[in-house]
Every structure is written in structure tokens, then in C-alpha cells.
Design a protein around this ligand. Structure first.
Ligand SMILES: Cc1cc2c(cc1C)N(C[C@H](O)[C@H](O)[C@H](O)COP(=O)(O)OP(=O)(O)OC[C@H]1O[C@@H](n3cnc4c(N)ncnc43)[C@H](O)[C@@H]1O)c1[nH]c(=O)[nH]c(=O)c1N2
Ligand SMILES: CC(=O)C(=O)O
Ligand SMILES: [Mn+2]
Length: 491
């Protein structure tokens, strides 16, 4: 089990590094956006693509997280890579912050303009550029959403399986290295991006794998594609992505099952994954999450720790996998095992799962959830989930646990009313314990939501001083004026 001594020594490092401090003070000073700046942007882009109205700036001041809003001074809506390049080069010359904006569904304050500046909304660049059905890849503009991409491709027999639940932009997903429910079988954005077009902070336009290239593998130089995947808008603006597509499975079956003991549910997951059963989705909801789930949907599941699973493949193999999973669940005291094959039944279950964040917010009217996001090696899951549940119970606070447990990734959603600093401090403390324990178990402080604002304090512990300084050297080399999304990832 997790050692208290280790926890204490990590706490000590945490304190002595001073990295708990909230510090938005820039190392670089930026210029203010003036009327003349706005006029120059209008000259570059045209009147109708540049907005300074408060309502528009407010909408671009926050994502779906609890982080304090911070308005940009101006919002622009370019419709071509050339325009993006002109705006970014102009901001670079004039030392003005640039904040890329996809659909604003992020959960770590990535789009919040903490230094003001220009928010660049990509929604007018939302086309499918190229479909290569026989090669299973597509090239898209940055603002297309994953649901729009899947609708476009429906008749081709291909789908893009990366599914964070929210209908976010594909390049926002590249920027945060998103994943979600299907990653256990299909991987995350890191494994599914073949090439990116990126506007660098000085306005240059590069293709990370070379223009037009879409080979499934390459050994040509540095992996620049994966430098930008997960860069959270701090290195450049992604203006096009070539991503892998997958064949729509011949057969899909979902199943859910309940457990009295949390250990039994999570041990089942460890057994499913470590015995190599190729499950496509493997989601955990604790009893408190099921309570919120029932209240927000038309399900009436037993209020118990539950697993929601899905298997994909040819008919015969799906039934075989389904039987294997059933056997494992029952051998771990699972009950109420229910399967569904019809598309509408499956869609209903996953829609309700994807709405969990809102289901939890609805438990405390007026609240917005603080979302945690740790990820550990799967074999360590029982230890950290059991401990997390104990911390939540001890604090006597609402904190449903949900997770993409097939990957060792889980969240707690803590609904907090604005201004409730007592609750926020309790939650910050539990979140810190979770991160420290995850790191002690060789996990990460964020499986899929990114560092943004909220996890900056943990990056140092995760990758070490030399690791952070190497990242900062990369940032310095590409963005010497620090204009790209300042205040994110690093203090
Ligand atoms: C209900 C619900 C459920 C989930 C999630 C959200 C919500 C509201 N998320 C989080 C979120 O959907 C995910 O982080 C998306 O990748 C964000 O995409 P947006 O287009 O909204 O980016 P958004 O506009 O929020 O921006 C996110 C970050 O990327 C940068 N960025 C955006 N577009 C860019 C571009 N073209 N070039 C460079 N930088 C760019 C921004 O500057 C910011 O730093 C999630 N995530 C997940 O991984 N798994 C999950 O299970 C879920 N589940
Ligand atoms: C919010 C999130 O990441 C989830 O529902 O899985
Ligand atoms: Mn998630």
C-alpha cells in the first residue's frame, strides 16, 4: 500500500520548491491592445472578423472549468491559414499575447486570457480538406468538431474514435492531447495524429511531418507532430490536422454491471486489462456518481459502484469477449450484468455517461465542478481509487468518481458554488493528495485534460527540474517573445 513516509517526503519537496504559489506575473512584459491595434487587425482581416464587444470577449474568457475567467482584449475569427499567420506575426512584432480558441470545452483554463491580448477563434475554419478512405486518414481544418467529422465520414465506413464526450474541435483535441472513453482500444490523440500544419509565433507556416505527408510511420527527424500534440497553444496555432481513421466495427455490444465493494469493481478492470481482453470502453462510476447519473437521466440503476463496458469486432469475437467479461465480473461479485446491442440503447448509455459533469453540477444548483484527472498504471488503480474515496468520505463532501479506468485514468467531479472558499480549499487539498499519490505510483497529474492553469504546480514534481527547463528551452526557441498563450503550462 501507499507509504505515508513517501507522501510526507513528496509534500516536503512540494513545499520547498515553492511551486504552490499562484503567480501570473509575466517574465515578459506585453504591450496593451489599443484602438490602433484593433484598427491594424481590422486592416489585416476585415471589419467583420474582429470583435471587441464585451459579450464576445466574455464568451472567450473561460472554458468549462472552475478557473477564474480572464477576458481577451479582442477576438478574431480568421478563415484561412494565411490570415492566422498575418495576425500571429503582427502580435509577435507588437508583443501582444495570442490565445488560440477551439470550442472552449477545456477543463484547465487553457483559453482564459490571463494576460489579455488576442483570442483567435478557429470556428470559421471547419472544412474537411481530404479523405483517403483506403488509407484510413483524413485531413481537416482546425475548427471542425469530432461529431461533424464523424457525420461527414459516416458513409465511408470509417470513424474517428477519440471521444472526450464534449463535441470539441479536432485541433483543440490535438492541443490538449485529448482522449476519453475509447482510448483503451484506439489510443489518444498522440497515437492518432499523422501530420499538423502549424503557424509558428513568427508567422511561419510549417507541416510537422512535411507538406502533404501521411505515412503511417516515419523515422524522419524529430517527432515534431507530437511536440505540438499537448502543447496547449503555447508553441503555435494548429491550422490543419491529418488524423488516423478506423473502420466502423462490424458489431458493438455494451454491458454494465454493479458491485457492492469498490475494490471488486476496480480489481475486475485490472483483470480485464491485464488478461489482454481488447475492451473498447471500460468506464467506472462509483455509487455517488450513479446517484447523480440516475437523477440526470432516465436510468434507475442500483446505487452501487458500476462498470460500463463496450466491445467492438466481428460478431463471433464480440460474443466471445462479452462472455469473458461477464465471467470476470461475476467472479468478482458483480451483479445486475446487463448487455445491449441496439444502437439507440448504446447511444443512450454513453450520452448519459458523457453528461456526468453536468449531472454532478446539477447536484448543487449554481455550482461548477472542480475536475481532477490523474492516471496511474492500471495495476495501481485499486490502491488510488480506494484511498481517494476515503479522502472524499472523510472530508464529507460531494465528489463522485468517474473514470476511463481501462487506461488507469479517473476523475473526481467536485461541485463548488462560486465564492465557497472553504469547499474549494478542501477540494484543492484532496486534489493535491491524489496527484501526489498518483506520482508516487508512477502515474501522472493529468491523463487527458492538460496542465493549463491548474496543474502547473505539479509539472515540476512530475518531470523534474531538468525536464521543465528542457521544455522551457523548447518554448524559448520557438516563441522567444512568449506571446503564445502566456501563463499556461509554465508559471
Ligand atoms: C462534459 C465534458 C467532458 C469532457 C471534456 C470537457 C467537457 C466539457 N473534456 C475536455 C475537453 O473537451 C478537451 O480538452 C478538448 O480537447 C478541448 O477542445 P476545444 O476545442 O474545446 O479546446 P479549447 O478551446 O477548450 O482549448 C483547449 C486548449 O487548446 C488550445 N487550442 C485550441 N485550439 C487550438 C489550435 N487550433 N491550435 C493550438 N492550440 C489550440 C487552447 O488555447 C487551450 O489551451 C475531456 N477531455 C478529454 O480528453 N477526455 C474526456 O473524457 C473529456 N471529457
Ligand atoms: C470530464 C471528463 O473528462 C469525463 O467525463 O470523462
Ligand atoms: Mn475524462
Amino acid at each position: 500500500m501507499f507509504s505515508r513516509v513517501l507522501l510526507r517526503s513528496l509534500e516536503k519537496i512540494f513545499k520547498t520548491t515553492g511551486c504552490t504559489k499562484r503567480n501570473y506575473s509575466p517574465k515578459i512584459s506585453f504591450n496593451k491592445v489599443t484602438d490602433s491595434t484593433v484598427k491594424s487587425l481590422r486592416d489585416l482581416l476585415g471589419e467583420k472578423k474582429v470583435f471587441t464587444e464585451e459579450a464576445v470577449r466574455e464568451q472567450h474568457s473561460h472554458d468549462e472549468s472552475y478557473h477564474t475567467s480572464a477576458m481577451p482584449d479582442v477576438v478574431v475569427f480568421p478563415d484561412s491559414v494565411e490570415y492566422v499567420s498575418k495576425v500571429v506575426a503582427f502580435c509577435n512584432t507588437n508583443r501582444i499575447p495570442v490565445v488560440p480558441y477551439g470550442t472552449g470545452t477545456g477543463l484547465e483554463g487553457g483559453v482564459n486570457a490571463v494576460q489579455g491580448g488576442v483570442s483567435i477563434n478557429m470556428k470559421n475554419m471547419d472544412k474537411v480538406v481530404e479523405v483517403n478512405g483506403l488509407d484510413f486518414d483524413v485531413t481537416v481544418q482546425p475548427g471542425i468538431t469530432r461529431e461533424a467529422l464523424n457525420s461527414y465520414c459516416r458513409d465511408t465506413g470509417m470513424w474517428f474514435p477519440i471521444d472526450p464526450g464534449a463535441d470539441c474541435s479536432v485541433c483543440g483535441m490535438c492541443a490538449t492531447s485529448a482522449s476519453g472513453t475509447n482510448a483503451v482500444k484506439y489510443g489518444t490523440m498522440r497515437e492518432n495524429v499523422l501530420n499538423l500544419e502549424v503557424v509558428l509565433p513568427d508567422g511561419r507556416i510549417i507541416h510537422t511531418s512535411g507538406k502533404g505527408r501521411r505515412a503511417k510511420k516515419t523515422s524522419a527527424g524529430f517527432n515534431m507532430t507530437n511536440l505540438f500534440v499537448g502543447s496547449e497553444g503555447t508553441l503555435g496555432i494548429i491550422t490543419q490536422a491529418t488524423v488516423k481513421m478506423h473502420g466502423i466495427p462490424e458489431k458493438t455490444v455494451v454491458a454494465y454491471c454493479h458491485f457492492k465493494k469498490i475494490e471488486d469493481a476496480v480489481d475486475t478492470v485490472i483483470q480485464i486489462v491485464s488478461s489482454g481482453i481488447p475492451v473498447a470502453k471500460c468506464e467506472f462510476l462509483d455509487d455517488s456518481a450513479i446517484k447523480a447519473f440516475n437523477a440526470y437521466s432516465d436510468y434507475h440503476m442500483p446505487v452501487a459502484h458500476s462498470l460500463f463496458m463496450e466491445v467492438h469486432g466481428p460478431e463471433a469475437s464480440v460474443h466471445h469477449l462479452f462472455n469473458e467479461i461477464t465471467t470476470l465480473c461475476i467472479s468478482n461479485n458483480g451483479y445486475g450484468f446487463t448487455g445491449a446491442e441496439q444502437a439507440e440503447d448504446r447511444a443512450r448509455l454513453w450520452k448519459a455517461r458523457h453528461e456526468m459533469l453536468y449531472a454532478v453540477n446539477a447536484l448543487v444548483p449554481g455550482s461548477k465542478s472542480f475536475v481532477t484527472d490523474v492516471c496511474v498504471p492500471v495495476t495501481k488503480l485499486t490502491e488510488i481509487i480506494v484511498k481517494t474515496k476515503q479522502w472524499i468520505d472523510k472530508a464529507n463532501i460531494i465528489g463522485p468518481i468517474v473514470g476511463h479506468v481501462g487506461d488507469g485514468n479517473f476523475h473526481v467531479f467536485f461541485p463548488i458554488k462560486p465564492g465557497d472558499t472553504t469547499a474549494l480549499n478542501t477540494v484543492l487539498d484532496i486534489s493535491k493528495q491524489m496527484v501526489l499519490l498518483s506520482l508516487a505510483l508512477n502515474g501522472t497529474c493529468t491523463g487527458e485534460h492538460g496542465i493549463g492553469l491548474g496543474k502547473r504546480k505539479y509539472l515540476l514534481q512530475e518531470v523534474g527540474e531538468d525536464g521543465v527547463s528542457a521544455m522551457q528551452q523548447v518554448k524559448q526557441a520557438l516563441d522567444p517573445n512568449g506571446i503564445m498563450n502566456p501563463g499556461k503550462i509554465f508559471y
